[in-house]
Design a protein around this ligand. Structure first.
Ligand code: SF4
Length: 676
């Protein structure tokens, strides 16, 4: 019997906490805290404490499956890959699309987009970042030149004011919440905007702004209007590091604050208190995520928050910034690697010049130069789909409608570790290895690249995603362009193509506990925890104000659908629940979906706690257990989106932000019916 302690990184959220796995004779039998890891210092949230159980679920995919007469049959890799290659050869650049994953390694994401561009000749390759983070990119590229997190996790403790904008951080990023608690212990004030009275509102916030869902722009514009009226703007910063201030000032000086109070539902005195607290701080930091992004005005919401940071000079120094919190372990990395319809790796925008660069780098010709279809568009328009490590049937709004579209698709290949909801619709299912069954890198929320070592063998015939993609490319006649025998070889190619990663090597990462922050331009560069210290990465190196005005959500409550429905997460589950619902200790905590209903609304509708109710929207209906709580205000209902038995996205609206195609999963109109 041999026991070893293998260091690795938690497979769940993008904090990137270290853990030790206890391995006995090639099987993981437990885990221990990694006290020296700088992100979590031995602490873990419930998910991190139960990081490995799903690996041994009886549901793991272990052999390739091919659907014959509506039933999956086990088959060999050779047969499965031959079939996929022959079908993909029937696709054209217009009919093919691929979805990558925020959970696969950087190397695997890089290889997927290369396969799509080189072999399939299209830029239609996306990942779930489109559904949560594209608003940040659309807003921050013109504002400061990049949509990434601007400060590092440890630097958050330097802030003396932290504005949590629509991020229920205690449940979604628990180890960053720990940093916020530490800052608070040193005197920092915490502002929190969220319609719900979450754990973050109760235990962390000093000033909770319970705004009506979808009114963030008005709230932040009102804060800025007050800051200007009180002459608390950072005049020197505005003069030396920004442009387009006058337009914002002219717009805000006409703002009607009484109307702002009515639209947001937040008392003006509270808005004033938040504005003055933020503006008077030495270092104020904005952290935000899906709460402000998943709207038809998600990009506008981020623009308003960026304006607030620029107005008060809170950007470009440690412990400040307008910081996007990507949820998945490599949510940042998969975007960096180019799984986006408009960006090649390194955020090089799709076009002739970029195609030429990659044609030279990859030794190919005729790379696509036109933007591909975005995430939701491809699912409806592409009859040939390659879905890797993600489940759009749980993540996309209006899934009943999506199901109808996918049932008409010509050929769907799903590559994953479990048979997901989209997997059930597939023609071929390819079994993939998990994060500790192969080596590779991930890039976590603060651009921190960490290396994961292989700890155990994948079960039976399951294979690393990078191996599967190489085999497929080989069978489609592209062996020379995908002739990789290890993840390390792929990473070396990434370093050549992605300037932000140039100075990061496997050798450095093996020694760098806690990883290295990109941009890292050379091997002697320490990495960059804080962005924009001297200048922004816009064309003129200045930060740009962008005026945004209020636009209401796409669907308003009315007589027929009188309530607002919003969606979100639970601390015990992760994204579409594929892994956490197969982790007994997490599933025991919360094993079914629920809807939170305010006591007033419950009384009006005749609902009692734990009743099974029907929630209905114009898209569909689900049955779900009621949880009566004043954590939601009257008129609002909340449902977590992790559960297949009460799939929140049956209800949500497919309205998109026109600037970035992010869907409005945070607001739609709903009604409730009680079974008699
Ligand atoms: Fe894992 Fe995130 Fe929890 Fe850390 S905070 S243990 S990375 S889920």
């Amino acid at each position: 019997m041999s026991i070893e302690f293998a260091p690795t990184i938690c497979p769940y959220c993008s904090c990137g906490c270290g853990i030790y796995l206890v391995v006995e004779d090639g099987k993981i039998i437990g885990q221990e805290p990694w006290k020296e890891h700088p992100i979590n210092e031995g602490a873990n949230c419930p998910k991190g404490k139960n990081a490995y159980a799903f690996l041994y679920s009886k549901d793991r995919l272990k052999v390739p499956l091919v659907k014959k007469n509506g039933t999956f049959k086990e088959t060999s890799w050779d047969e499965a890959l031959r079939l996929v290659a022959s079908k993909f050869k029937e696709a054209t650049p217009e009919t093919f699309g691929a979805l990558g994953s925020g959970k696969t390694s950087n190397e695997e994401s890089y290889l997927l987009q290369k396969f799509v561009r080189v072999v399939m000749g299209t830029n239609t390759v996306e990942y779930v970042g489109r559904l949560c983070h594209s608003s940040a990119v659309a807003a921050l590229l013109p504002a400061v030149g990049s949509g990434v997190m601007q400060t590092s996790q440890p630097e958050i403790e330097l802030a003396d004011c932290i504005f949590l904008a629509g991020v229920n951080i205690m449940e979604t990023f628990p180890m960053i919440a720990r940093r916020v608690f530490r800052a608070k212990g040193k005197g920092a004030k915490v502002i929190y905007s969220d319609p719900r009275k979450t754990a973050t509102a109760k235990y962390l916030a000093d000033i909770h702004l319970p705004l009506k869902a979808g009114t963030d722009v008005v709230l932040v514009n009102a804060m800025m209007s007050i800051i200007l009226a009180e002459a608390l703007e950072d005049k020197e910063f505005i003069a030396t590091r920004t442009a387009d201030f006058e337009q914002l000032r002219d717009f805000l000086c006409h703002m009607n604050l009484k109307q702002a109070e009515e639209i947001t539902g937040v008392p003006l005195e509270k808005i004033r208190e938040a504005a003055i607290t933020f503006a008077k701080a030495e270092r104020a930091c904005i952290l935000y995520d899906q709460g402000i992004c998943q709207h038809t005005v998600g990009a506008d919401n981020v623009k308003a928050h960026a304006d607030l940071a620029l107005l008060t000079g809170n950007i470009g120094k440690p412990g400040t910034g307008v910081n996007s919190m990507r949820g998945q372990i490599s949510g940042e990395g998969t975007g960096d690697m180019g799984c986006l319809a408009v960006f090649y790796p390194g955020f090089k925008r799709v076009g002739e010049e970029t195609a030429k660069f990659f044609e030279d780098a990859w030794g190919v010709s005729n790379l696509p130069t036109k933007p591909g279809l975005t995430y939701i568009e491809m699912l409806y328009k592409c009859p040939f789909l390659y879905i890797v490590g993600t489940d759009p049937m749980m993540a996309v709004p209006d899934v009943n409608n999506l199901r109808k579209a996918l049932e008409k698709a010509s050929f769907i290949v799903v590559q994953d570790i479990f048979l997901t909801e989209i997997g059930k619709l597939a023609d071929v299912v390819l079994p993939a290895a998990t994060w500790v069954e192969r080596e590779g890198t991930h890039t976590y929320v603060d651009r921190r690249v960490q290396k994961i070592e292989k700890v155990i063998e994948p079960p039976d015939e399951a294979k690393p995603d990078w191996w599967i993609i190489c085999q497929l490319a080989d069978r489609m006649g592209y062996k020379d362009n995908f002739n990789f025998s290890s993840a390390g070889e792929i990473f070396e190619e990434i370093r050549k193509c992605v300037p932000q990663y140039k100075g990061i090597s496997y050798e450095r990462l093996k020694k760098a506990v806690g990883g290295i922050h990109w941009p890292c331009p050379s091997e002697d560069h320490p990495g960059t925890p804080t962005m924009f210290l001297q200048k922004f990465t816009t064309l003129d190196s200045l930060g740009h104000f962008q005026v945004v005005d209020f636009k209401p959500p796409a669907e308003q409550p009315d007589d027929e659908y009188p309530y607002v429905l919003t969606t979100g997460r639970s601390i015990f589950h992760y994204h579409t629940g594929t892994m956490t619902r197969r982790t007994p200790k997490l599933n025991d905590e919360v094993h079914h979906g629920f809807v939170e209903i305010n006591p007033e609304d419950a009384q009006r509708s005749g609902v009692r706690d734990k009743d099974v109710v029907t929630l209905k929207t114009r898209r569909g209906s689900i049955e779900v257990k009621a949880r009566i709580t004043d954590e939601v205000p009257p008129g609002l209902m909340f449902i977590p989106f992790h559960f297949t038995d009460s799939c929140a996205n049956v209800l949500t609206i497919p309205a998109l932000d026109p600037s970035c195609k992010c869907a409005e999963t945070k607001v739609c109109a709903v009604k409730i019916e009680v079974k008699k």
